[in-house]
Design a protein around this ligand. Structure first.
Ligand code: AMP
Length: 147
């Protein structure tokens, strides 16, 4: 295993996120690597026919979510010393977008939590699992345990 040059933290702003962020930051410091952060605004529920007219597809709502997400990401990035041009917000499927951003930025390590906002029911959360299976670079799934 060579030195990592560019590490991507996938941040979902869940309660365990701090632990995952800390691990990514420690690794970036250790390897003197660039550290970037991505958050994906998952817009799927807004277009899910199962919700019918209760939650219509609404572009403004997506934009509002984006604005709130950017704010949150900026705060997290500031605490980690990550500059504006290394903060990325995407919309769509978290697993696909995390992989796309990693490839576009020639990232060589993606850091995710083993679980996110969807709880600890599975051995590995679905986003973490998807990233692990499809990424072309190394993936670190930081093991998060229930309290
Ligand atoms: P999950 O597989 O949804 O339980 O989440 C596992 C990990 O995937 C989280 O700890 C995050 O590192 C990452 N992740 C999940 N959803 C997102 C998202 N919307 N944006 C960025 N990273 C995410």
């Amino acid at each position: 295993m060579g030195d990592y040059k560019h590490i991507l933290l996938a941040a979902d702003f869940s309660i365990h996120g701090e632990e995952v962020a800390k691990r990514a930051k420690d690794l970036a410091d250790k390897y003197q690597a660039k550290l970037s952060v991505v958050h994906v605004v998952d817009n799927l529920p807004l277009t899910d026919a199962a919700y019918g007219p209760v939650i219509p597809f609404d572009l403004d709502l997506t934009e509002e979510l984006m604005t709130a997400a950017k704010d949150r990401l900026a705060k997290l990035a500031e605490s980690l010393g990550i500059a504006d041009d290394r903060q990325c917000i995407a919309v769509g499927s978290p697993k696909l977008e995390i992989i796309r951003v990693a490839e576009e930025n020639q990232v060589d390590l993606i850091v995710v939590g083993s679980h996110g906002r969807h709880g600890l029911a599975l051995l590995l959360g679905s986003t973490a699992n998807g990233v692990l299976h499809h990424a072309h670079c190394d993936v670190l799934a930081v093991r998060l345990k229930s309290e």
